[in-house]
Design a protein. Structure first.
Length: 104
């Protein structure tokens, strides 16, 4: 919804593409219109998402660089440090799709 005019626009998977993995409900994004229709979407550089699933990390387990896979609330999968647990909010770089830091 446009925050100034309150106009609403339909977002489809064709326009969203891979951006869908970085969007959660009520996310603020910039959109570009052409002839009154949504033509492109610009994501913020970083988004904060909750880790919903990740295996437990074991002390001293750094054979693979100290990272493990994690699934985020949008279904996006990223590699995170061993200390990250389910429920942790992390910041992800939308340009690279990589973990950048723990938020909480």
């Amino acid at each position: 919804m446009d925050q100034e005019t309150f106009d609403q626009y339909d977002l489809n998977k064709e326009i969203l593409g891979d951006s869908l993995a970085y969007l959660k409900e009520q996310a603020m994004v910039d959109i570009f219109l052409y002839n009154g229709r949504l033509s492109a979407l610009k994501l913020p550089t970083h988004v904060e998402l909750e880790v919903t699933e990740t295996p437990p990390g074991f002390r001293g387990d750094t054979a693979q660089g100290g990272n493990k896979p994690a699934t985020l609330q949008t279904g996006l999968r990223v590699n995170v440090p061993m200390f990250i647990t389910p429920g942790t909010i992390i910041r992800v770089d939308t340009r690279t799709g990589e973990y950048t830091e723990r938020v909480s």
